[in-house]
Structure formats: structure tokens, C-alpha cells
Design a protein. Structure first.
Length: 481
């Protein structure tokens, strides 16, 4: 079957429409990140670049014969399973990666092994559309701080470093998230990988240049950060501390990219002599529709499971989550910083003796909000330091006991656990995994966080008071592991 045949185009169009319907939330999520984040704005160009790479070889592509293959079906099935899990667990980057992998698998399935292998780079390049890599920011901040301090010492500038804070005689600097160089690194890798493909024909050269495109922006960002501090030092903090700080960064990055291209061009492979294009033709002729039909069935099954997920609308104001007795008062704002936003039910009470009780209830899948997320915290780490953490037994189930201390020396004990469909968890990752299962298994069940806390009390006293409270107020469930 030729790639321009109507039957092929019809099947391919059906698969693309089905893919877009199943992954519409992931696709829109990617676009939203591209539009609001400078770090991932390059995502808009990835698909056009892949299409352009294919179009460069259009004479061969349009004349090639295709034969669908069964080989990518297991990968497609696994990718769709990952999408079901990531959708239930609200792990956006995993779902977006699944969307791109599934798209690659569907194209591979339709054009066959030989043609997919010929165009492996344009297909694989689509991975760069996924906005991922922000987990590298803390590591990049540490590396940038290390380079900055090292260069300042070489230059003879007095420097004192405390974590991400760098102090020189004229002022103090912080290696903030924007200074980590993550946007330079991700853009450099995406551009460097494309440059390596277009410039080199030998695999080892391509790999070396891609590694170079990773190392150079990390080193360059360290030099950039050092330059900012050095300029501020020699100008008595008049320059490189405001808007010119950012302008200097982007100008420097532009110079680094041009330098990377110049160095890479010195080792460019010569263009091979033009050969008559040899059209890829499958050596076997299988039914073009069979793998496509199986793929459509897999996608349809995924869509059916997604449609059965119950999404609970978040109320304008959370309902009461704890029975309030005359001896307990409401806490308007936590002094230790426990925060669980967008709950269906939420209560925070304190007794005259100072025992605080917190409970927040969530659905497994909400229109807004989730139990386990980066914004939901047990205590505020900027104001409190964790001194000790241990897992204890409370009424036959696990609970986590924390001891924290603030800058004034005041200590506070915290006892908490997560309840996922009637089972206790003290690990947030395990709780989130269990929630993803319960979305499909028991969608009507709920998830919650229960916490007790008191200032300047022993762990034994806090445990005893928590047990008394649980005995007197049965609406706070005691679960079995």
C-alpha cells in the first residue's frame, strides 16, 4: 500500500482523531505550559521541526510503500496504561509523555518497521515537546553555586557561601530558581540534538555533540552567575543586580549557543554524494487494517475507562470535617503551617489544653485539588526544621510522628496519616499510587489526611491524647493496614 492511498489515509486519520480525543487533556496541558513558561516555549516548534525533517525527504516518503506492523502494539498498550494511571493520579508530565509515545507508536504501526526506522529521528524528536526536566532545578542550583564560588575564589574576591546564598563584601546573592540555568539547558539540548542530526552522519559524533550541548550550558551558566557577582562587586552593586541581570543572562546564552554551533561546525561531516533515492518498500504484505483495528480497540477501551472516572466538583467552601465539641475552638490559621487546599471537607480545631486536630477530605479525582500534591504540606519548612521522624502504631495502624523546631527554639510534635479508601498510609507516594487504583476500583470512596499536633509535649503524651480523641469522636476513622 502506498502512503498516499486513500485507505491508508482514512485509517491513519481515524487513529489520529482517536488519539487526540483520548489525550486531549494532556495535549491542552502541554500547550498551556508552553504558553506560560519561557523554559518550555520551544515546545511550539517541535512538531513543525519534525514535519519539516520528514518533508525534506518527501520524494522518498510519498513514493514509499507501507505495511502496518504489530511490533509497536505492546508499547502502545503500555503507554495507554500509563495514561490511565497518570490521569487518575494527576501526574501531568507522565501523561504528556504517554501522549507523545502513543503518537509515535501509532505512526510506527501504520508505516511499518522499515519506514519508521528510516525516520526514527523526526519521530523521536517529538519527545522534546514534553515539558519535563524541572526536577533538575535543585541540582542545577547547587552546581551553579559551586561554579560561582570556585571562580570567585580564583579571582581573589572574598566570598562566603551558605547553601544557595553567596555573600561578598558588597552584598549577598541567592542562586534562585531563575539562576539555575534550566531554561538554557533544556533549550540547548533540544537545539543541540537537532544540530547533531543535521551536521553529522557518524553516530559517535552525534552522541559527543549532544553531550557537549549538555555540558556547555551548565558550565556557561556557572560563568554567567560568576560574571554577575563579579560585575556587582567591581561596580559596588550598581550593575548586574536588576533588569540588566536578566538581559545579561539572555545575551550571554545567545553567545554560548553561537559558540556551540561554531565549535560543532568545525567537525561537521561532509555531505555525501547525492544518490538516487531508494524508496522503502515492505518485503512482506500484511493486512494494513488488522494492527490499526487492534490499536483502535485499545484506544476505545482506554476512552471507556476514562469516561467512567468520577470527577467530583470542588465546593465553594469546604464542609465541616470534624465534630466540634464545646471544648474545641476553630483555628483560623495554622501556626505550624499545615496546608491542604481545595478539600471537600476541612476542619482545624484546638482544645484548651493546646491539642490541635486537623482533617481534610478529598475525592480521588476532583475538578480542582488533590490530596497529595506539592502545595499540600504537613508543616512549613521555611519556619520549622524537622528534628526527628518515626513511624508508630496507633490503634493497629501506622502513623507518622514528627518533631519540629522553629528558630526561637520552640518544639512541636505532629502525628499524622493518610486514609485512602479505609487504609492507612504514612508515605505520600504510596498513598498517591493507591488513590490511582481506587479511582477505577472504588470511585465512590474518599481519601483524607488526619493530623494531631501540640507544642512542647512528649511523643507519648501526644499519642495518648490522640487515642482519647479518636475514642470520643468516631467520625475520625481508625483504619486497618
Amino acid at each position: 500500500m502506498n502512503i498516499t492511498d486513500k485507505r491508508f489515509l482514512a485509517l491513519f486519520s481515524m487513529l489520529m482523531i482517536a488519539w487526540a480525543i483520548v489525550y486531549q487533556e494532556a495535549i491542552l496541558g502541554m500547550e498551556a505550559i508552553w504558553s506560560r513558561s519561557d523554559t518550555f516555549a520551544h515546545g511550539y516548534f517541535i512538531l513543525p521541526i519534525s514535519i519539516w525533517l520528514l518533508w525534506r525527504d518527501k520524494d522518498n516518503l510519498l513514493a514509499s510503500k507501507v505495511s502496518s506492523t504489530w511490533l509497536p502494539l505492546p508499547i502502545l498498550a503500555a503507554s495507554l496504561f500509563v495514561w490511565l494511571f497518570s490521569y487518575a493520579a494527576d501526574i501531568n508530565v507522565l501523561g504528556q509523555l504517554s501522549a507523545v509515545i502513543s503518537l509515535i507508536c501509532l505512526i510506527w504501526l501504520m508505516v511499518g518497521n522499515q519506514l519508521a526506522w528510516r525516520y526514527k529521528f523526526p519521530l523521536a524528536y517529538l519527545i522534546f515537546a514534553v515539558p519535563m526536566g524541572e526536577n533538575l532545578i535543585p541540582w542545577l542550583q547547587d552546581v551553579t553555586a559551586w561554579f560561582t564560588v570556585a571562580f570567585l575564589k580564583i579571582n581573589g574576591i572574598p566570598v562566603f557561601v551558605d547553601g544557595l546564598y553567596i555573600q561578598i563584601p558588597t552584598g549577598m546573592f541567592e542562586v534562585a530558581v531563575a539562576c539555575s540555568g534550566i531554561r538554557y539547558l533544556i533549550a540547548s539540548i533540544a537545539v543541540g540534538t537537532l544540530f547533531a542530526y543535521l551536521t553529522y552522519h557518524k553516530t559517535y559524533k552525534q552522541i559527543v555533540f549532544i553531550l557537549f550541548s549538555i555540558f556547555l550550558p551548565i558550565l556557561a551558566n556557572g560563568i554567567r552567575a560568576y560574571g554577575i557577582v563579579a560585575i556587582a562587586y567591581y561596580s559596588d552593586m550598581k550593575y548586574a543586580t536588576g533588569v540588566d541581570h536578566l538581559v545579561y543572562g539572555w545575551l550571554f546564552f545567545g553567545v554560548v549557543i553561537m559558540l556551540m554551533f561554531w565549535i560543532g561546525g568545525l567537525f561537521a561531516d561532509k555531505e555525501p554524494a547525492e544518490e538516487k533515492s531508494k524508496h522503502v518498500t515492505s518485503t512482506t504484505h500484511k493486512s494494513a487494517s488488522s494492527p490499526a483495528i487492534i490499536a483502535i480497540l485499545l484506544i476505545a477501551t482506554t476512552l471507556m475507562l476514562l469516561n467512567n472516572v468520577q470527577i467530583v466538583s470542588k465546593p465553594l467552601k469546604p464542609e465541616i470535617a470534624l465534630t466540634k465539641s464545646e471544648s474545641f475552638n476553630e483555628v483560623e490559621q495554622s501556626t505550624w503551617g499545615i496546608t491542604f487546599n481545595n478539600a471537600l471537607q476541612r476542619s482545624h480545631l484546638i482544645s484548651p489544653a493546646g491539642l490541635e486536630v486537623f482533617r481534610a477530605v478529598f475525592a480521588h479525582k476532583q475538578s480542582k485539588g488533590e490530596l497529595i500534591s506539592w502545595e499540600n504540606i504537613i508543616f512549613e519548612e521555611k519556619k520549622w526544621t524537622l528534628i526527628n521522624s518515626e513511624t508508630i502504631q496507633l490503634h493497629g495502624h501506622n502513623a507518622k510522628l514528627l518533631l519540629i523546631r522553629n528558630i526561637a527554639g520552640k518544639e512541636r510534635s505532629i502525628l499524622y496519616w493518610y486514609d485512602i479508601a479505609g487504609k492507612a498510609f504514612v508515605n505520600g507516594t504510596k498513598a498517591k499510587l493507591m488513590q490511582a487504583v481506587e479511582v477505577y476500583k472504588t470511585p465512590n470512596s474518599q481519601a483524607e489526611i488526619v493530623a494531631f499536633s501540640k507544642v512542647d509535649t512528649s511523643k507519648e503524651a501526644l499519642i495518648a491524647q490522640a487515642e482519647v480523641y479518636l475514642s470520643n469522636f468516631p467520625n475520625v476513622k481508625v483504619m486497618a493496614n
